[in-house]
Design a protein around this ligand. Structure first.
Ligand SMILES: [Zn+2]
Length: 348
């Protein structure tokens, strides 16, 4: 390969052919990964300069494609075309997680258990495979202490040719000694444009709501939000106007389960945030399409409601009774109204 020879003899940046080749490769790898150009560029450089660290941490928010990037990078290592073509035998076996020189370990339930550490140790001790081998540990912060300790030595100093990629949305949860011996590649959230490219039919408000995470967006796509959003709009309108508070249905099935009530409270927060943003001519609005007409409610009022919703979310996270927490929210605004009207019973 003329390009590679030129690269090693002339050094980086001085050979136009190499630069051209690099762009081509980035373009090919990008076919399978949307966004993350910074981290990808860094990874390609590490590979092309033969500087692959023994242990890497792929850190960044949940659901943005870190594991996918790890597998694409491994594809590029083994690919017959050195491009993560996605089509050659190597690329396909990596994609199916059946490549003889790749081991992908994912949490079993909520932990990565010590039996999985044994599986990793057996894999890295295999001497029959020549060349590079990769162990990708997904959500590596879920290694329990037994697992971390069993792997510590290998992570600090893997056998010749073995490289670890620790994928984590909570890298601070990894042992400090592992972190200090690893090189971190930081991933960020995806742009709205990237999300749109991945899920082309997603509504704009869902894309903004997903805040850069494909996983979150797909979850939003799965759920039917229409009813929930209408109910949330009714709640914040009534709270803001201090009207019809008693008509707010505290028996709604929305808080039957924990996940639903968090969803509900977060949608309320987003709607209130949108009111505040609109009052200050800020962008973007998350629910810009939700038909929020200009109203007579002051920003101070919205801000107060927002603060209350933050407290509510905190209470719920602290496992407070869901219905009681919602009742408290209504009672707060109701008693406030009661004191304004001089009636001790508020709307009752
Ligand atoms: Zn390939």
């Amino acid at each position: 390969m003329v390009g590679d020879r030129c690269f090693s003899s002339a050094g980086s940046g001085s050979c136009p052919i190499v630069i051209y080749l690099e762009r081509e490769r980035l373009a090919v790898i990008k076919l399978q990964i949307v966004g993350h150009q910074g981290p990808l560029k860094k990874l390609i450089e590490l590979q092309d300069r033969d500087r692959i660290p023994p242990t890497l941490i792929f850190a960044g928010p949940e659901g943005v494609g870190k594991k996918r990037a790890a597998l694409a990078w491994v594809q590029r290592m083994f690919c017959s075309e050195v491009s993560a073509c996605g089509e050659c035998g190597h690329c396909q076996r990596v994609a199916q997680q059946q490549h003889e020189r790749l081991l992908l370990v994912s949490p079993s339930g909520t932990q990565i258990k010590v039996e999985q550490a044994q599986q990793i140790l057996s894999f890295i001790r295999l001497r029959t495979e020549q060349g590079l081998r990769f162990v990708v540990i997904d959500e590596a912060h879920l290694m329990n202490s037994q697992t971390s300790n069993a792997l510590l030595k290998s992570l600090e100093e893997p056998p010749e040719g073995v490289h670890f990629i620790l994928v984590s949305s909570l890298a601070s949860g990894l042992l400090a000694t592992i972190r200090s011996r690893s090189q971190t590649v930081q991933f960020g959230g995806l742009s709205d444009q990237d999300l749109k490219a991945i899920v082309p039919h997603a509504e704009d408000w869902k894309i903004r709501s997903a805040q850069g995470s494909v996983a979150r967006l797909l979850k939003l796509e799965d759920d039917d939000f229409t009813e929930l959003r209408e109910e949330a709009q009714r709640w914040i309108k009534n709270l803001a106007e201090q009207k019809n508070l008693m008509q707010l249905n505290l028996e709604k099935p929305i808080w039957d389960d924990k996940e639903s009530i968090f969803k509900f409270v977060r949608v309320m927060q987003q709607l209130v945030r949108d009111h505040l943003y609109r009052d200050h001519s800020l962008e973007p609005l998350i629910h810009g399409d939700a038909g929020q007409d200009k109203d007579a409610i002051s920003s101070r009022r919205w801000d107060e409601i927002f603060q209350k919703l933050i407290v509510l979310e905190r209470d719920l996270l602290a496992h407070r009774d869901r219905k009681l927490a919602m009742e408290d929210l209504v009672i707060h605004f109701q008693s406030e109204l009661g004191s304004v009207n001089g009636s001790p019973h508020g709307l009752a």
